[in-house]
Design a binder for this molecule. Structure first.
Ligand code: NDP
Ligand code: MG
Length: 381
């Protein structure tokens, strides 16, 4: 029986991971949420977790009340996440918080030698150099949860990494595929949250609508698989059946297919290398009939272009586009800016700031703060 801790257990990935954990009888050591104390307490009771961490200090009292007399250790804030990431006796920690707040606990878990199932892509975008270097030094495994990166990881199994020629990163295209830039000016929050294939948290759903998500994934793939930007081709594949593919030197292309259900990549990361029954539907190709492929529209979806430029520039630039995007998406969801402003704000940091090298966590945090402050100025105007 494997022992698991989850950062972000109340979210879309976290709740699906608990379904997988239930099916395969994982022992749950620790769970965490941002402010949803009621759901967190219910999960802690159901799975018998020993630790519960709530990030927001305003929700601590509710969590204490919900768990009073249970003997569960209650933690709070970043210190709490780091304490969970430091616990002994955990086989794997799933990081499924949203945003680059997940970077520090990832580094903490690596320093303790704990393997990580990583859904939190902002961690790799902002601090990927630090994460991958530390993981290699400590011999810690990072198992990708993002469906595309799980697909790439699966396609690489049993093949020589040195013979990997290129990666085909598939994209659903989001709800605004085929739309002109002008027609996106009045997009509402509700329209941006209506993803055609996947049901996910709000932030990643907006990222999917702007194609920022594909830009973040482009950077994530470079970090995880140590390839150059030129080795990745983004292909829009509306049906989300092929989750990504790899091409080897001999011209063979190997793809991973499945229904669009995150439980499959979550389970693969948690049970690797086992492939056991998963609580999901099976794929029937004839139900789809046709699979389609096209190039992304990088002019309309400028967030994607900004991410590709940022990783080519390197250093602090990926952290900066990520930080600006986190602020811009929050402002869009709060009705403070329009849909197209997200791309403008993200692109602006590339011209406003110069690239610096990243040597430590402080360098990432500083770049992130500068980008957020700049984005906040643009939002406030
Ligand atoms: P959700 O918004 O559904 O869930 C986020 C989780 O993190 C919740 O438990 C939330 O707690 C917690 N959380 C939010 N903000 C903070 C914070 N500042 N500090 C600590 N905890 C926080 O997101 P998703 O599950 O959709 O996504 C999680 C990550 O996985 C993201 O990085 C996303 O890009 C990535 N991902 C998600 C996919 C999906 O299908 N959902 C697919 C591929 C990748 P609370 O409930 O209290 O707010
Ligand atoms: Mg993805």
């Amino acid at each position: 029986m494997k022992t698991l801790s989850i950062l972000g257990s109340t979210g879309s990935i976290g709740t699906q991971a608990l379904e997988v954990a239930k099916k395969h009888r994982f022992k749950i050591k620790a769970l965490s949420a941002y402010s949803n104390a009621e759901l967190l307490a219910a999960q802690v009771k159901e799975f018998g977790a020993e630790y519960a961490c709530i990030f927001s200090s305003s929700a601590v009292k509710t969590l204490r009340d919900e768990l009073s007399g249970s003997g569960v250790k209650i933690l709070c804030g970043m210190d709490g996440l780091n304490e969970i990431a430091s616990l002994d006796g955990v086989d794997i920690m799933l990081n499924s918080v949203v945003g680059m707040v997940g970077l520090e606990p990832t580094l903490t878990a690596i320093s303790r030698g704990t393997d990580i199932a990583l859904a939190n892509k902002e961690t790799l975008v902002a601090g990927g150099e630090l994460v991958m270097r530390a993981a290699a030094e400590k011999g810690v495994n990072i198992y990708p949860v993002d469906s595309e990166h799980s697909a790439i990881f699966q396609c690489l199994q049993g093949n020589k990494r040195s013979q990997l020629r290129s990666i085909i990163l598939t994209a659903s295209g989001g709800p605004f595929f085929g739309r002109s830039r002008e027609s996106l000016a009045d997009v509402t929050v509700e329209q941006a949250l209506a993803h055609p294939n996947w049901s996910m948290g709000k932030k990643i759903t907006v990222d999917s609508a702007t194609l920022m998500n594909k830009g973040l994934e482009f950077i994530e793939a470079i970090r995880l698989f140590d390839v150059s930007p030129e080795q990745i081709r983004i292909v829009v594949h509306r049906e989300s059946v092929i989750h990504s593919a790899v091409e080897f030197d001999d011209g063979a292309v190997i793809a991973q297919l499945g229904v669009p259900d995150m439980k499959i990549p979550i389970q693969y990361a948690l049970l690797y290398p086992d492939r056991l029954e998963c609580p999901t539907k099976r794929l029937s190709l004839t139900d789809y009939g046709t699979l389609t492929f096209s190039d992304p529209d990088t002019e309309t979806f400028d967030c994607l272009t900004a991410c590709i430029s940022a990783i080519k520039l390197g250093g602090t630039m990926p952290a900066m586009v990520n930080g600006a995007n986190e602020e811009a998406v929050a402002a869009f969801l709060a009705g403070k800016i329009g849909f197209l402003d997200i791309g403008r704000i993200v692109s602006d940091v590339l011209t406003r700031f110069d690239k610096r090298d990243i040597n430590c966590l402080g360098d990432v945090l500083e770049a992130d703060k500068e980008a957020r402050d700049h984005a906040a100025c643009l939002i406030g105007r």
